[in-house]
Design a protein around this ligand. Structure first.
Ligand code: H79
Length: 463
């Protein structure tokens, strides 16, 4: 039965305005985690924080015998050393552009509470570092200049703020403190939208504590205000919860926000898991760890092929794939990130057509590869090439749209399409075989682009 909910969604499901259509068509994005945690890079004075902190950007929470003495205090003072001499937002933006990213999500403030912009509302910000300059502004300007939309990552939770508490504020004093914190959060968010009017949306994080969850009246009004002040603003499902404490989705299952924000380092199993919602997947190259990690040895770090797999898989389920980068304390990407960005960009230049603006094709993905569609184009990204060079695509016999011609995206070569059929009435499917030339070789996944149209003629009988 339907529950009466006062604090449900504030924006319509499946928005069709220009900003939301742009979001829906991005395909590929870049995440950047940059903050004070870039300085230690997941270790301190030769001691690795692995195992002692969940991820490199969580190093402040490093405890136990291997943690340096007075570590929290050391961490909180790292800002005095933040002076990234190699930072050049234009270089990052060019790299992202060459990689094929259509949007970037940049950490304005992570859980440590340090602001990468000169906020008026806290002294703990970039202007107090030797670097001094407004990093958020440099990022917004450089990326916007090359046509990449900018989204601002913002952690509500703050580890070092005495006004913040994880639990529900109960005493008068706690209530006063947390009320101050809520006002501060509002001020910062309005400040970000005012300072960087070109920003397209927020990517919220750190909203899981009871203090925030119990503030549903405040957050409801805040979301309303943010939307009013910045028409077209895009907010994910992590920002808010209803009055029953339901996060992401209200108690009636309605999504809160414009896109589903639950796909962090994981992917949906199939299209039915999404029920037509917009979504993004945010992914690290190491298993976990978003901020800079000096040492990538001894862990499985994803390959360019892994990334292409996850990207095309996301597109086949109509979602955006966002690849994370964690630059070091000087403003340089990890060398392996540079390598992956370059290789992914080379692949996207050829095959991006199968990703940008491409949607779920109504076809079943298989080990062969993943399907996307755009207008009357059907794309199949092939990861496992059959040894007989016959790419067999099964289509329900009742289908009114079937593959009628095919080319390879890499070189435009026409491929023969053969309609074959088992000739058995019980078989619900009929088969379209795309024949790959033996001479065609590819080191990576490749894309077959098919034109679809009404089925014609009788099928050849299969043996
Ligand atoms: O910024 C990156 C991570 O640092 C951040 N999100 C990405 C984008 C992140 N923070 N936490 N997590 C990811 C994992 C959260 C784990 C949680 Fe919990 C489990 C939150 C609530 C339950 C662990 C236990 C943290 C708080 C309690």
């Amino acid at each position: 039965e339907i529950k009466e909910i006062k604090y449900g969604p504030l924006s319509p499901a499946n928005r069709t305005d220009e900003a939301m259509v742009a979001f829906r068509n991005y395909g590929l994005g870049q995440f950047i985690h940059w903050g004070l945690y870039a300085i230690p890079g997941n270790e301190w004075e030769g001691v690795s924080a692995r195992g002692g902190a969940a991820a490199s950007e969580w190093i402040r929470s490093w405890r136990g015998p291997s943690a340096p003495k007075d570590w929290v205090n050391t961490y909180d003072n790292l800002y005095k050393q933040f002076n990234p001499k190699d930072f050049d937002a234009k270089r990052w933006a060019k790299q992202a552009k060459d990689m094929g990213a259509k949007y970037v999500i940049f950490t304005t403030k992570h859980h440590d509470g340090f602001a990468m912009w000169p906020t008026k509302y806290s002294p703990y910000n970039i202007s107090k570092t030797p670097y001094k300059k407004d990093i958020v502004k440099e990022v917004v300007d450089a990326y916007t200049a090359v046509g990449i939309d900018v989204y601002l990552y913002f952690s509500v939770l703050e580890w070092n703020n005495p006004d913040y508490m994880g639990k529900e504020p109960k005493t008068e004093e706690e209530k006063k403190k947390f009320d101050k914190f809520l006002k501060y959060t509002r001020n910062q968010l309005l400040e970000l939208m005012t300072n960087y009017p070109k920003m397209k949306g927020f990517w919220f994080d750190g909203t899981w504590d009871q203090s925030w969850i119990k503030s549903y009246d405040f957050t409801y009004n805040l979301e309303k205000e943010l939307r009013e002040k910045h028409p077209g603003l895009i907010i994910g499902s992590r920002f808010r919860n209803d009055e029953f404490g339901k996060r992401h989705f209200d108690s009636n299952g309605q999504m809160l926000g414009d896109y589903e924000q639950g796909w962090e380092r994981k992917l949906p199993g199939d299209i039915t898991w999404l029920e037509g919602r917009d979504w993004d997947c945010v992914m690290t190259i190491p298993p976990n760890g978003w901020g800079y990690m000096k040492d990538w040895s001894g862990i499985y770090t994803k390959t360019t092929d892994d990334i292409i797999d996850m990207l095309t898989y996301s597109a086949s389920l109509s979602g955006n794939f966002v690849l994370n980068f964690g630059p070091d304390g000087q403003g340089n990407m990890h060398p392996e990130e540079d390598k992956i960005a370059k290789e992914l960009g080379e692949w996207m230049k050829i095959n991006g057509e199968a990703i940008y603006g491409a949607k779920h094709a109504g076809m079943t993905n298989s080990k062969l590869g993943y399907f996307t569609k755009k207008a009357d184009n059907l794309y199949l990204t092939v990861f496992n090439r059959p040894v007989n060079n016959i790419v067999r695509i099964s289509v329900p016999k009742a289908a009114t749209e079937v593959p009628v011609s095919a080319t390879l995206l890499v070189n435009g070569q026409m491929l023969e399409v053969r309609h074959s059929d088992l000739g058995i009435d019980l078989d619900k499917n009929t088969y379209y075989d795309v024949l790959l030339p033996k001479s065609f070789q590819s080191d990576r996944a490749f894309v077959i682009k098919m034109k679809t149209g009404a089925p014609k003629g009788k099928a050849e009988k299969l043996m």
